[in-house]
Design a protein around this ligand. Structure first.
Ligand code: CTP
Ligand code: MG
Length: 230
């Protein structure tokens, strides 16, 4: 599948405030190796063979810097930078509104996960079809999981069927639009599609897709980036 005419659009959500990160600027504009965090995922989506075009969802008043950043890194696939909403689902809704009806597949990605491998994009996009509404990267839990009551362990949870999920998440455009039509909220898009009765498939995720939540996560991502650069 070639990027041009692939019918795959990406929505890159970067509109969060980054409360837990605690900087004065939005988390997507935190400094990662001398560039805004957002630059990393933007560049990787731009370079992807699986993505035809993309929409950046920016924090209020950061639309212009987002467009300038896209121009700076030569991200010609960026169709628009729109203003995000109060919740992640609202931000996805705002981005999806810019995706044309002809797009068959929408990939939603968190700017907070800068290290986006091309093969994960391939797995989520090619994971669709056969009646699946969505395909999401997942990793089995490596650690032992406890349910707690305050600081006391209530029980050890059987982890065999438990996974953590990441982004990018790919959806049939119409399934995602239907799921977002209501007022539902969830911490990821797959949760919204599940709640609307959609079938979500798990594909193999990647440990490098860590989500930057705190400054320590950003330090870790910077280490991974430097290691990859040799
Ligand atoms: N996001 C968004 N719009 C929102 C909330 C979140 O576009 N209203 C995006 C973030 O920019 C991020 C992704 O969704 O790329 C995952 O959200 P999270 O890591 O929780 O980021 P923040 O909401 O910014 O962080 P916090 O919850 O600590 O405030
Ligand atoms: Mg958040």
């Amino acid at each position: 599948m070639r990027a041009s005419g692939s019918g795959v659009w990406a929505v890159l959500v970067a509109a969060g405030r980054g409360e837990r990160f605690g900087d004065d600027r939005p988390k997507a504009f935190a400094n990662l190796g001398g560039r805004p965090l957002l630059a990393e995922s933007l560049e990787r989506l731009e370079a992807s063979d699986w993505v035809e075009a993309l929409v950046v969802v920016a924090p209020p008043e950061w639309e212009e810097p987002s467009i300038l950043l896209a121009e700076e890194i030569g991200a010609g696939k960026v169709h628009a930078a729109v203003t995000g909403g109060a919740t992640r689902a609202d931000s996805v809704r705002a981005g999806l509104a810019e995706v044309p009806d002809e797009a068959a597949v929408v990939v939603v990605h968190d700017a907070a996960r800068p290290l986006l491998p091309e093969d994960v994009l391939e797995r989520v996009v090619t994971g669709l079809g056969d009646g699946w509404d969505g395909a999401v990267p997942a990793l089995p839990l490596a650690d032992t999981v406890k349910r707690a009551d305050g600081d006391a362990v209530a029980e050890t949870v059987d982890r065999t069927a438990l996974y953590v999920t990441q982004t990018p998440q790919a959806f049939l455009a119409e399934s995602l639009r239907r799921a977002l039509a209501g007022e539902r909220e969830a911490t990821d898009c797959a949760g919204l599609v599940e709640a609307a009765g959609g079938r979500i498939r798990l594909v193999e995720g990647d440990r490098r897709l860590v989500k930057v939540t705190t400054p320590a996560d950003l330090d870790f991502v910077e280490l991974l980036l430097r290691a990859a650069a040799g």
